[in-house]
Structures are given as C-alpha cells and as structure tokens.
Design a protein around this ligand. Structure first.
Ligand code: PMP
Length: 403
C-alpha cells in the first residue's frame, strides 16, 4: 500500500459503510417502485405553513434567527417543545430539554458522553441502523434484546441487564424502525420498573410516536415515568421534528437527567455550537401558529391508508410466503419470509429478484447487531401512493415466483 498523509483513527475500524447504501445505488433505475427508503413523504410537508413561519421569524426576530445562539437551544423553541411534550402527558420544563440537530445528534451526544471503548450497550434486535453504527464508532459492544410484535421482550431484557451491566439500553418503543412494533403499556411499565430496580439508564428514541393511525399509542416511557417511582432519573427521551414538520430543518430534542444534559451541552458546543437558529426560529413560529395539529392529522390519514394498502396487498398476493404484524403507526412494515412450500426464505435473495422485477425493499439482516435473521425485510409505505403500492406488491409476488 502506498504511504498516505491520511491516517485514520482506530475507531473507524469498528464501522463499515452500510450494506444498504449499495442497494440505494440501484434505486435510480427508471420505473423502480421503492419500499426501501426510510424517509417521510416530502409531499406531506406543510410548505405554506413553513413559508409563513420563515417570514415571521425573519420579520419578528431577525437577531434570534440569524445570529449564533445558545447551545441548549433557542428559548422560544424550547418553550414550544415543552408545551408539545406536556400535551402528550410528559411534563417537561423548557430548561429540561435541549434542542439537537436532528435526533441523530442526540444519539451521537449520548455516544460521546456515555460510551467508553468496550462498554456494553443493549439495543433491540433489530434496531435503527445508524444507531448501531454511531454507538460502535464510540467503541460500544452491542448486545441485542429480541423484539416481537409487542416490542422488546422485557424478561429477556432484564436478564441481559443483569448479565451485562450495560451503560444504557436503547429502545424505540413506539412504531419502531425497522420493527414497526409498539411496546405495550404493560411492558412499558415493566421497562420502567426494571430501570429503577437495576439503576439502568434507558434511552427512549421516539421519532415516530405522533404518526399513529387509528388510535394514539400508549404514553411514552417519559410520560409513564411519573407513575413508576425512581424511574424518571433513569430516562433519556429523544424527540424529532423530522417526521412531523420537516426533516430538512434538522431539529430534534433531548430530555435527560440534568448532569447528563450538562455534559451533552458541553459536547454539542464542540460539535456545532448550536443547531441552526434560523431553523429553530422557523420551527418555533410554526409550532406557535397552531398548524401542526391539522397537518399531522393529514399525514396520519395518508400513512394509515398506505399502510393498509401494503398490508392488505401482502396478505392477498404473498399469502403464506410472508408473515408480519400490521403496524399501528410509523412508516414501516417488518416482515419475515416463511419459506413455506419451498418459496424463497432469504431476504437478500428475494431483494435481488425483486429489483429484477422493478421493486425494492431493504433486507433485514443489517438491522441486527448480532445474529441476524436472514429471512427478514423492511418495507416502507411512506412515499408511494396506494396505486404504486399495489403495483409494487404485485411485482413482489412475481419476484417470489421467479427464480
Ligand atoms: N431515530 C430513529 C429510530 C430514526 O428512524 C431516525 C431517522 N429516520 C432518527 C433517529 C434520526 O432522525 P432525525 O435526525 O432526522 O431526527
């Protein structure tokens, strides 16, 4: 190998670029129907509302919107987010949360502040791929707790906590990515009891909780922590405006015990000094305008219709070749090939055949930090209309029968 002036840090040995990236290169193929993406539908963004909010921010608070700001976040936005959390049953004062550059930054700050190389962190199997990569970058040894249609298996989780004494546990309890699963109310209470009993920090990542279909999900772990003595001090909650307002604003927030929040603010200072004040002032104006409610209602109805079309189509056209629990919200269906009657049972092989038929999804294996289940797949219904979804499912059915 030729000598190079670029000598990378050892920590980069721990992460590979995602296998999914290779798949995404194929999505440019003309006419392909994609269930592969993880993005919300940009057509559901309230552009008029954001335009009005942007103008209001520039007219009413130009200094706030265009100057550097406090690392903790722009006060009017922190106040709006505090009321938003309150409206969901989680009383959080504005100074108990910090604004982050997407909830992705909150995950990075947790890695920076909590993980030393070799530390154990428990995540769900499967979990959000970027979390696996991010925590591994800080040297975490990831241990996975199994997930079923009702979210993480809490008995197993407790055993793993006792066995591994993790630095923390990372969960996506509501409409998980990729699992689509929602932790039941009973299990939520158990998680909080376990956290308090073993004094284990639980990170609740909640970017999808507002995207419910027929009924709201159970209260967040944060909201429920009021009812379980000693659990509130064991909780970190990450929220995001990406799926509800706009992903392009890159705004999220984090609620954590005060000593952790203070260290996270210190690390954020060295990272981006502050999240875009322009975006924060715009988001604050938008939330103040009261348009969020109607826009969320519209998004929920659209996603619910698409989820229904995908689930009904899969049942009708793929029959016993595939099994899944229909999600109650969020953007994803997590499915498993059964291999019934000798049909394809490997996600990668099915993905290869599907692309030949003009439809894409993400094979599930990369979402596991240990022992992947090769029969799994993640299908997003977020960005295709019902007609496209139906056609995409027909192509999946053709791929099933093609060799
Ligand atoms: N957590 C989960 C579970 C996600 O699925 C995502 C993005 N899809 C994020 C965090 C990051 O979201 P953002 O940085 O846009 O808030």
């Amino acid at each position: 190998m030729s000598a190079s002036a670029v000598r990378f840090a050892d920590r980069l040995d721990k992460v590979e670029t995602s296998a999914i990236r290779e798949l995404f290169k194929l999505l440019g193929k003309p006419g392909i129907i994609s269930f592969a993406g993880g993005f919300p539908d940009v057509a559901l963004v309230d552009v008029d509302g954001i335009r009005a909010a942007t103008l209001a921010a520039l007219e009413q608070e130009p200094a706030g919107a265009l100057q550097y700001g406090a690392t903790e976040g722009y006060t009017p936005l922190r106040e709006q987010l505090s009321s938003f959390m309150q409206s969901k049953g989680a009383p959080v004062a504005a100074d108990q949360l910090i604004v982050t550059t997407g909830s992705q930054q909150a995950l990075d700050l947790l890695g920076k502040t909590l993980i030393s190389p070799g530390d154990k962190v428990i995540v769900e199997g499967p979990t959000f791929l970027a979390t696996i990569q991010c925590f591994r970058l800080y040297g975490a040894e990831l241990v996975s707790a199994p997930v079923d249609g009702d979210g993480v298996d809490v008995d197993h989780l407790e055993q793993l906590i006792v066995e591994h004494r993790p630095k923390f546990v990372y969960l996506i309890p509501t409409f998980g990515n990729p699992s689509g699963a929602t932790l039941t109310l009973e299990r939520r209470k158990r998680v909080l009891e376990i956290a308090a009993k073993h004094q284990t920090l639980i990170v609740e990542d909640d970017p999808y909780g507002d995207l419910w279909f027929d009924a709201p999900p159970p209260p967040s772990l944060l909201a429920l922590s009021e009812q379980v003595p000693g659990s509130r001090d064991c909780l970190v909650h990450c929220g995001s405006l990406s799926k509800t307002l706009s992903a392009g604003l890159r705004l999220g927030w984090m609620i954590a015990p005060p000593e952790l929040l203070a260290k996270a603010v210190m690390c954020k200072q060295f990272s981006d000094a502050n999240s875009s004040t322009f975006a924060q002032a715009t988001a604050a104006q938008y939330l103040k305008s009261g348009r969020m409610k109607a826009n969320l209602e519209k998004a929920r109805a659209v996603y619910a219709e698409r989820a229904r079309a995908l689930c009904e189509g899969l049942r009708a056209e793929l029959g016993d070749a595939i099994e899944f629990v229909a999600p109650q919200g969020g953007l994803f269906v997590w499915a498993r090939l059964t291999g019934a009657r000798g049909q394809v049972a490997d996600g990668n092989e099915f993905s290869r055949r599907a692309i030949e038929q003009g439809v894409a999804f993400v094979p599930g294996a990369p979402f596991y930090c240990e022992q992947p289940d090769p029969a799994t797949l993640r299908l997003s219904f977020a960005t295709s209309d019902v007609e496209k979804i139906r056609e995409g499912v027909s192509r999946l059915a053709r791929a099933l029968h093609a060799a």
